[in-house]
Design a protein around this ligand. Structure first.
Ligand code: FAD
Length: 513
């Protein structure tokens, strides 16, 4: 039998009674030097029926942002939490195959930062130590819409701009230090083990062993009391449920056909930028989103900007500096245009295509296996231009924490309902916003048209009215629900502002250029 690849295992639980010997089934087979049994265990149990959930172990499938957040709250309730990840995980922040999106700009919304700070006290400070920037989301970041810049004024709410690699790296570093938490990498979770309405563990395949000694030698069964699927947008949970005889979860999809072209540029680390984040919101009249984020220095000590330019329905920007420059000039994204025109570029521009937003409604299923949950992109994955995915995963982690506090009886039902309430707001914002874009297909109800018409006026008023701007920013950052924009004090300010006329729009366009 071949050894399982587990070079990234960190078990520092000082509680001897709760320590597992290293074998997936908790047996006392001698440990290898890396803390796992030296030989991979075949699925000798002969299948799901013989595997019983281990009461002290929770398993997380996927050690990305959602998996790390889920593991954090699970570690409060379980003596052992094992994260299974296909990729080898870098010791520090670093790119990897399983998360190709991670090199593209990732804005962390204020709500996401707040939750990460709550779960990992000192999280923000640790990012600042790496050279990330912090500031007030009202005063130190800029939101542009319809060629206008929203009024800025301190909101008293902290934001941070750091690379997605640094965010994930910091969460992973904290989890590696947490007692009872283990990372097993280079391992594919083939499927959870399901028996008579309950998931009792997972069946894994060591990728290295599968290549060497054949597929059978690489298989192992890991018992667990709870399995949380954090395997992302491409999760196989719908297929597993089908195989086990459950109904398919209703799935909502909104086709956006958006593509991003992103590039890194050198930034003067000694100069504090006026705005550490410049966000260009896509609107019906100007459906070209953009993002510019200050990033911490890379491995060579270069402070950076990352810029992303998006387009819907085939209106995609070429992966070259020149194509980015032309798009930035044509759409009035002056900071990005200046970088494309003159700043040293780090690496080459990259493209990322994102076909549709999707939400799998597990909360609507009448039957769902005990001992199994899902979190993060595995449930809902949003058009990235709204920057919500990490914050939505953080909100779901809090929902999981609360659901676990109520015990395990009916856990799936309680958790999925709570998670759906977390997902509902970003989904409404993303899908509502996308349906304002002519290139996006989908039914525009009267309510959608009304809300999008009103939001256009909100954005126009927010150019001059700092109160409206602050209310809009709070919604964008998932700190307030969208109905807060219909509070009388906001509506009054929006309505007293004259709606933009075509002539004003043209003037704004000329000014922006
Ligand atoms: C282009 C782009 C830009 C984005 N920008 C932002 C942004 O600005 N702000 C924001 O908050 N969000 C953004 N997102 C979304 C964000 O990346 C995700 O929502 C967030 O990372 C949470 O993802 P996740 O952990 O659920 O899944 P993922 O990050 O996809 O991770 C899934 C993990 O599971 C592992 N895995 C999968 N299957 C298995 C298996 N069978 N066995 C073992 N391991 C497995 C994978 O290797 C991977 O590590 C963006 C997304 C894209 C595509």
């Amino acid at each position: 039998m071949s050894p399982i690849r587990a070079e990234d295992i960190h078990t520092r639980d000082p509680r001897p009674a709760q320590r597992t010997a290293g074998g997936p089934d908790g047996s006392d087979t001698p440990e290898g030097p890396d803390g796992l049994r030296a030989a991979a265990v075949r699925d000798e149990a002969g299948g799901p029926g013989a595997c019983h959930g281990s009461p002290d172990r929770a398993i997380v499938i996927g050690a990305s942002i959602a998996g790390l957040l889920a593991a954090r709250v699970l570690s409060e309730r379980f003596a052992e939490v094992v994260l299974f990840e296909r990729d080898d995980l870098p010791a520090e922040a670093g790119a990897r195959k399983g998360t190709p999106q991670a090199l593209h700009p990732h804005g962390l919304l204020a709500r996401g930062r707040e939750v990460m700070e709550q779960l990992f006290p000192g999280f923000t400070e640790a990012l600042l130590q790496r050279g990330a920037l912090t500031g007030d989301i009202g005063a130190d970041s800029c939101i542009c819409a319809d060629r206008r810049r929203l009024a800025s004024r301190p909101a008293g709410i902290r934001g941070v701009t750091a690379s997605r690699l640094a965010i994930e790296g910091e969460l992973r570093r904290r989890m590696r230090q947490r007692p009872g938490v283990r990372f097993v990498t280079g391992v594919d979770v083939v499927a959870p083990v399901h028996d008579a309405g309950r998931v009792t563990g997972v069946r894994t395949r060591s990728l290295a062993a599968a290549q060497g000694s054949g597929a059978d030698a690489a298989l192992q069964v890991w018992p667990a009391a709870l399995v949380v699927d954090c395997s992302g947008r491409g999760s196989r949970l719908p297929a597993w449920l089908r195989e086990w005889g459950y109904d398919a979860a209703p799935e909502e999809r909104v086709r956006v056909d958006i593509a991003y072209t992103s590039a890194y540029f050198e930034r003067d680390a000694l100069e504090r930028p006026a705005s550490a984040a410049v966000i260009g919101v896509a609107t019906a009249d100007h459906p070209q989103p953009s993002i510019l984020l200050a990033q911490e220095p890379d491995g060579e000590g270069r402070a950076r900007w990352v810029a992303g330019l998006g387009g819907y329905g085939g209106d995609h920007v070429g992966a070259s500096r020149e194509a980015m420059l032309q798009r930035a000039l044509a759409t009035g994204q002056s900071e990005i245009a200046a970088l494309c025109a003159g700043a040293p570029m780090i690496g080459e521009p990259m493209r990322y295509a994102f076909p549709h937003s999707q939400w799998r409604h597990y909360e609507r299923l009448a039957r769902f296996p005990e001992g199994l949950l899902a979190l993060g992109d595995s449930i809902a994955s949003f058009n990235p231009v709204y920057g919500q995915g990490m914050s939505a995963a953080a909100g779901q982690a809090l929902a999981l924490q609360q659901a676990l506090a109520g015990g395990t009886a009916g856990l799936a039902r309680r958790y999925f309902r709570a998670a759906a309430r977390v997902v509902a707001t970003p989904w409404q914002l993303a899908v509502g916003g996308d349906l304002a874009i002519p290139q996006v297909q989908g039914e525009r109800t009267r309510a959608t048209r009304f809300v999008n018409g009103y939001l256009k006026r909100v954005r126009a008023a927010a150019e001059h009215d700092a109160v409206v701007s602050a209310a809009f920013r709070r919604v964008v950052h998932l700190l307030s629900a969208p109905p807060s924009l219909f509070a009388p004090g906001v509506v009054w300010r929006v309505l007293r502002h004259r709606p933009p006329r075509a002539a004003d729009e043209r003037k704004a366009l000329v000014a922006a250029q």
